[in-house]
Design a protein around this ligand. Structure first.
Ligand SMILES: NC(=O)c1ccc[n+]([C@@H]2O[C@H](COP(=O)([O-])OP(=O)(O)OC[C@H]3O[C@@H](n4cnc5c(N)ncnc54)[C@H](OP(=O)(O)O)[C@@H]3O)[C@@H](O)[C@H]2O)c1
Length: 309
């Protein structure tokens, strides 16, 4: 029996190496070189071509190679009710926290304004607030958002967070449900999106939310490009409703060369790398799940089909 590795947008070599280091006995078939599709029981995927899983008649479970699973559920031919898992990994979580902290400090310490002042050789001091006087709202209090919210609070930031179900996190003012989204973001200097992409969260970063934020607040989107209404963002920046945006994810990736975002002085772009799964640290849990699958034990980090995350 074997594992199919489907990640054409990434180099499969580090994954292959890490998986075989975790278990040298594994039979891994790397897409599209599938020799024996009938042997595949477990598929490890990152943005697999739609419909490509249909070739495996004995497939029993699928795992995302990252934290998000929207790329799986976006496939209209994804096998209905197939068990789906994802990567939950301390390196991925720590990497995301470091990126979010960098983004918060970037706005808090006025680096956006200093970059623009440098362009025009302007020497103007701007005094920045301390952490204790700076507020961050984190949308999504799961593995990544919960960790970021708690660790920002630990550094002294005023932190609020928003999730589907009510949470209790040390130092974080927690809000839940659509009706409390406004309260969660109202006082924030920076809003960080760490929601999964679902039908409920698609397009959430748009004018109605921006109107609930205080004028001049900034946005960090490290979740998915489809959370953001790009036209609404441009309008909010141009009107001053938002003061800046740090974006790691985009509706179309790579961001097209002629996209307006590239030249916008209040938009900072990173190429979907806020936190990337490290094959060396994630391989053990993927192999563990394969063993669990084969011995009929419950899978780790399984997602809920109904919720979509
Ligand atoms: N840019 C990158 O490189 C990168 C890297 C890794 C991950 N990501 C993105 O980050 C996302 C979050 O990852 P994670 O591991 O933290 O996910 P997670 O553990 O599944 O947490 C998701 C959080 O969002 C909340 N949520 C979901 N739907 C909601 C809704 N309709 N209203 C309010 N809250 C809602 C959940 O609430 P409950 O707790 O109440 O269920 C939960 O707190 C991933 O899905 C992925 O898209 C991006």
């Amino acid at each position: 029996m074997s594992i199919a590795l489907i990640c054409q947008q990434w180099d499969p070599a580090p994954w292959l190496e890490a998986l075989l280091a975790a278990d040298p006995e594994l039979d891994i078939q790397v897409y599209p070189d599938i020799r024996a599709p009938e042997n595949v029981e477990f598929a490890l995927c990152w943005k697999h071509p739609a419909g490509s899983l249909a070739q495996f008649p004995n497939l029993k479970a699928v795992s995302s190679l990252g934290a998000g699973v929207d790329h799986l559920f976006n496939d209209p031919e994804f096998p209905v009710a197939m068990p789906v898992c994802r990567v939950v990994d301390p390196d991925l979580t720590q990497g995301m926290f470091e990126y979010v902290l960098t983004g918060v400090l970037y706005f808090q310490k006025h680096f956006q304004q200093f970059a623009s002042q440098q362009q025009s050789r302007r020497w103007q001091r701007i005094i920045s607030p301390y952490c204790r006087d700076y507020r961050v709202a984190v949308l999504g209090l799961g593995v990544l958002g919960g960790y970021c919210a708690q660790h920002l609070a630990g550094l002294g930031y005023g932190v609020s967070g928003w999730s589907q179900s009510q949470k209790e996190l040390a130092g974080v003012e927690c809000y839940a449900g659509v009706e409390n989204l406004g309260a969660a973001v109202a006082d924030a200097d920076v809003v960080v999106c760490l929601l999964p992409l679902t039908e409920q969260t698609r397009g959430i970063l748009a004018t109605p939310l921006f109107a609930k934020m205080q004028p001049g607040a900034c946005l960090i989107n490290v979740a998915r490009g489809q959370h953001l209404n790009e036209v609404d963002l441009l309008q909010a920046l141009d009107s001053g409703q938002l003061g800046g945006a740090l974006l790691d994810v985009f509706e179309i990736e790579p961001l097209p060369e002629n996209h307006l975002f590239w030249h916008h002085p209040q938009i900072t772009i990173t190429p979907h790398c806020s936190s990337v799964t490290n094959p060396k640290s994630a391989a053990a849990q993927l192999v563990d799940n394969y063993r669990r699958l084969r011995s009929g034990r419950p899978l780790l980090n399984q997602v809920d089909w109904q919720r979509g995350y």
